[in-house]
Write a protein that binds this ligand. Structure first.
Ligand code: FAD
Length: 447
């Protein structure tokens, strides 16, 4: 069967790899000049790194089994990581139970309330009721004002920017479920993993596997139109240069693009009457000669700092992955419509580096090898109150056209474990529509 897939992010490429393995011939269309979507990479010259910080958690079972399936188990690396808080101009480690008990900005009573909030959240099953209350009200109610201001608010700011005020309590519920699973239960230590060489290693393997199965990835090829084939079965994909016929087509991009490119006879996007707002991110990738911090993540409770967290990526990477230098990310989450996302690079650079010097006064100009601000406009939908009722639901109207995208995640944070879980659920649901050809093993494909 000839299958067309739109989008060469992890969703599109994982689908392509699995369908190739079933014996189908796959073409993936990607408008960008390289694969990877939000998980893509940057070529820095001496080394290649993920454009945005990515880690794997020990509980990411779908992602881990996919990494093993594509033969990259030997590239997995695990590190014990530290989490910190920058509060009242000081760094505090919060990486063990002991440090938690000692955390000076909180009284013992506040710590008790924090611990009970986490325990309470981890036991909630009915996430729907959490959609009705803002995350701020929920945390104030369960943890109290002091704990909220010193612990939760910096964390919300780090993850959502100022938009946290409109987000529902589902956000913190999913966050707690995911992050606390990163803790090793015996030692209460945080473990985080990555694939050696970053997501480029994963994408290289997927590209190799797809090509070995006779598939193709068309880069720099923006899909302009998707329409039912005239006078027969199948679907046509129209790009700037040509129109190509496929037996089946799967779209993996955002819903607003789906609405623009797909013919009405292929899909109905139900108008919920509400516009879905997206979070975007500004993220400085900073390469330095000296390490900046021992923490993997440093949450910030200081209004003077223009970014919302410090991610010490080098604490996870092997030193050969950054040619002996050190990689730190400084993210700032804003609404996709915010003018901040479009500000000139030099202005943002100055502001971010000035903020960084307030936190790390010893940082010298000569320690900085390079700094660059990357921008992603649509990272994930803002999970506002009653979000599950507000997302536009898309229903396909044609037997040969399918939609698979991450905007459909209503009770989960966007991460690659969820992407792979959703890819598997998709194939299980629609498996009958993709009659298998000659099944191929991955070993045979990359040999
Ligand atoms: C700052 C940041 C940090 C993150 N950290 C983590 C982490 O630590 N762990 C984790 O698991 N996940 C993390 N993620 C999330 C992860 O990156 C996403 O889950 C994943 O990349 C989503 O993949 P996708 O294929 O579904 O979507 P995308 O990556 O958005 O891919 C969609 C693709 O479709 C293409 N496309 C769209 N329209 C068209 C068209 N008309 N024609 C052709 N191509 C088109 C796009 O160019 C894009 O390449 C992070 C993301 C960000 C931004």
């Amino acid at each position: 069967m000839k299958i067309g897939i739109i989008g060469a992010g992890l969703s599109g490429l994982a689908l392509a790899q699995k369908l190739s393995k079933q014996g189908h011939t796959v073409t993936v269309f990607e408008r960008d000049t390289q694969v990877g979507g939000l998980a893509t990479y940057e070529d820095h010259g001496p080394f290649v790194f993920d454009r945005y910080y990515h880690v794997i958690l020990p509980s990411d079972r779908y992602l881990l089994s996919f990494i093993r399936e594509i033969g990259l188990a030997d590239k997995l690396r695990w590190e014990t990581t530290l989490t910190g808080f920058f509060v009242e101009e000081k760094m505090h480690s919060m990486s063990s139970t002991l440090e938690f008990l000692k955390f000076p900005p909180l009284s013992l009573w506040s710590k008790f309330r924090l611990a009970t909030t986490i325990l309470y959240c981890s036991r909630i099953n009915d996430w729907k009721r959490l959609e009705k209350i803002t995350v701020e009200d929920f945390l104030l109610r369960h943890s109290g004002r002091t704990t909220y201001e010193k612990m939760w608010k910096p964390l919300l700011l780090a993850k959502l920017g100022e938009n946290y005020r409109r987000v529902s309590a589902v956000f913190i519920w999913t966050y707690i479920k995911r992050m606390f699973s990163a803790r090793d239960s015996s030692a209460s230590k945080e473990q985080m993993g990555h694939v050696h060489g970053g997501y480029k290693t994963v994408f290289d393997r997927l590209e190799q596997t797809i090509a070995a199965a006779g598939g193709r990835i068309a880069l720099n090829t923006s899909v302009q139109r998707i329409a039912p084939a005239k006078g027969g079965s199948g679907v046509d994909i129209v790009t700037e240069n040509r129109s190509e016929h496929f037996d089946k087509v799967i779209f993996t991009g955002p819903v607003n693009i789906l609405q623009k490119v797909a013919d009405d006879s292929l899909v109905a996007v139900e108008d919920s009457g509400h516009e879905v707002e997206y979070l975007g991110v500004l993220c400085m990738a900073l390469v330095t000669r000296k390490p900046l911090t021992d923490f993997y993540i440093l949450n910030i409770a200081d209004r003077r700092i223009p970014f919302t967290g410090v991610v010490g990526m080098s604490n996870i990477l092997d030193s050969d992955e950054t040619a002996g230098t050190h990689l730190t990310y400084l993210p700032k989450y804003v609404l996709s419509t915010d003018a901040e996302l479009r500000r000139p690079e030099d202005e943002l650079q100055r502001e971010f580096l000035d903020g960084l010097r307030l936190m790390f006064p010893d940082l010298k100009d000569e320690d900085i090898v390079s700094s660059r601000i990357h921008r992603a406009f649509k990272v994930q939908p803002l999970q506002v109150l009653n979000f599950s009722e507000r997302i536009p639901k898309s229903a396909t109207r044609h037997p040969d056209f399918f939609v698979h995208n991450t905007a459909q995640f209503v009770n989960n944070t966007l991460n690659n474990n969820e992407v792979i879980r959703a890819v598997e659920a998709f194939l299980e649901k629609h498996g009958d529509c993709f009659e298998p050809g000659d099944e191929r093993s991955d070993d045979a494909l990359v040999a």
